[in-house]
Design a binder for this molecule. Structure first.
Ligand code: PLP
Length: 443
């Protein structure tokens, strides 16, 4: 049965007059939904409630910003206590030092941090820092990776027709937006990811000109794609050999896949790392981190990073609550969130095995998973995704799930996530809904 959404429709009709596409980011509106988005009124635990009174088990969790779910009592208490003491001072703060201490104790590759608000801002500072420190111009990024919407790296992040990509040895660089001057990305090199040979080639040719090589640890902006064995380590070694900085963008994976993110899982020691999303526990919070000899580049504005809202006191208090809750009892909640995500992934994989008229597969790691409709057994890189993933089918599937009370973002490039408050029962309900939708969908 299709759920009734007259109030969402009325808001969309009003919104479209005063907001671009009726929303504030393309992934929330008709560009991703192909139809009227559902306007949400509130969230509690794993549940989102829309303005029409429909209820959803949320597997999007604000794109990973909510490892503890919606309105977690510890976070509500923190905000309630702190908001009455002032929202933002833009001064030095005790909580700023406390959170930085937690991060530097937890992350072996981080001796100092600098707080920012969003993943995009942290990445911008990281790119400037890498260029400032090395005196080099070039950045190497990978196809299908996203590091925020700043000009110099907004290339080859969106899916394209396979014929538009060029040869993998020299990918055609495709800006993801109009309005980006060519000069801003001329020094950004693009290579296919998960391809040892391509990596060796580009480093052999350009390694000495590269300020930093930036990578997602697990490819998160084309669903979930894991790095091949030893790939990230080889990237780190090649950076060392060529004097380029190894920049691991953990905006998605940090405080999400493991307490120490992909650096912990794959045994990496990046020169620069950025975090965002989960770090803020639902509030805007991001940071850049690294060893002293790298981070000192930001001292006295040698490499400049400013921001009125940097280190906001409310977000920092929430970050402190999130970190202490997740790290308590020997990081028990990191284990819990991973177990729940793995269970959901396994359930979906088993449905895919028993009912595969649609060619559905599910890939995941710990709390992250994504469903692909594809003719392949596995999606291993961006080119696979562009050539073999049926995005329209995923969108239709996700929209049908809405009607069964399950919320996953209809964008096929975006992944789903568990939180510490998801339950086995909700996993079973979600699995049942997925099986029903697959039955109902035309082959
Ligand atoms: C890997 C990665 N880096 C950076 C960003 C940008 O973060 P934000 O949206 O907070 O600016 C994102 C956002 O999805 C991301 O996935």
């Amino acid at each position: 049965m299709t759920s009734s959404i007259p109030n969402s429709q009325a808001l969309f009709d009003r919104g479209i007059d005063v907001l671009i596409e009726g929303v504030s980011s393309a992934s929330r509106g008709p560009a991703a939904f192909g139809t009227t988005p559902r306007y949400m009124s509130h969230g509690k635990g794993t549940h989102l409630y829309d303005v029409d009174g429909n209820e959803y088990i949320d597997w999007m969790m604000a794109f990973g910003a909510l490892p503890m779910g919606h309105a977690h009592p510890a976070i509500v208490e923190t905000v309630t206590n702190e908001v009455a003491r002032g929202t933002h001072f833009a001064t030095a703060l005790e909580v700023e030092v406390e959170v930085a201490e937690i991060l530097c104790d937890l992350l072996p590759h981080v001796e100092k941090v600098r707080f920012a608000n969003t993943g995009t801002e942290a990445a911008m500072a990281a790119f400037r820092l890498s260029r400032g420190l090395t005196g080099r111009r070039k950045i190497l990024k990978f196809e299908g990776h996203y590091h925020g919407w700043s000009d110099s790296v907004l290339l080859n992040s969106n899916p394209q027709a396979p014929t538009a990509l060029g040869h993998k040895n020299s990918p055609i660089r495709i800006p993801d937006s109009s309005g980006i001057l060519e000069e801003s990305w001329l020094d950004t090199l693009v290579a296919p990811w998960n391809d040892f040979e391509a990596l060796e080639r580009v480093m052999a040719t350009h390694g000495k000109e590269i300020a930093c090589v930036v990578t997602e640890g697990v490819m998160s902006n084309m669903g979930v794609i894991l790095p091949k064995d030893g790939y990230l380590m080889r990237m780190q070694e090649l950076c060392k050999e060529h004097g380029a900085l190894f920049y691991l963008d953990e905006t998605v994976t940090g405080f999400r896949l493991a307490a120490g993110g992909c650096a912990e899982i794959y045994g990496l020691t990046p020169d620069i790392v950025t975090y965002g999303k989960a770090l803020g526990g639902g509030f805007p919070m991001a940071c850049i981190g690294g060893p002293d000899h790298i981070m000192e580049g930001l001292e006295w504005g040698k490499v400049l990073h400013f921001g009125t809202h940097n280190a906001g006191r409310l977000p920092l208090h929430v970050t402190k609550t999130m970190l202490t809750t997740m790290l308590a009892d020997n990081k028990a909640n990191f284990k819990l969130i991973a177990d729940l995500g793995q269970k959901m992934t396994a359930e979906i994989q088993s449905i895919a095995k028993s009912n595969n008229k649609h060619g559905m597969i599910c890939q995941g790691l710990n709390s992250m998973f994504q469903i692909f409709f594809t003719d392949k057994d596995e999606i291993t890189d961006y080119r696979d995704f562009c050539g073999h993933v049926n995005r329209i089918k995923f969108r239709d599937f996700a929209l049908k799930l809405f009607d069964k009370g399950i919320y996953m973002n209809p964008g096929a490039t975006l992944h789903s996530l568990s939180s510490i408050v998801h339950t086995d029962e909700e996993i079973a309900i979600t699995a049942k809904a997925i099986a029903e939708v697959l039955d109902e969908m035309p082959a």
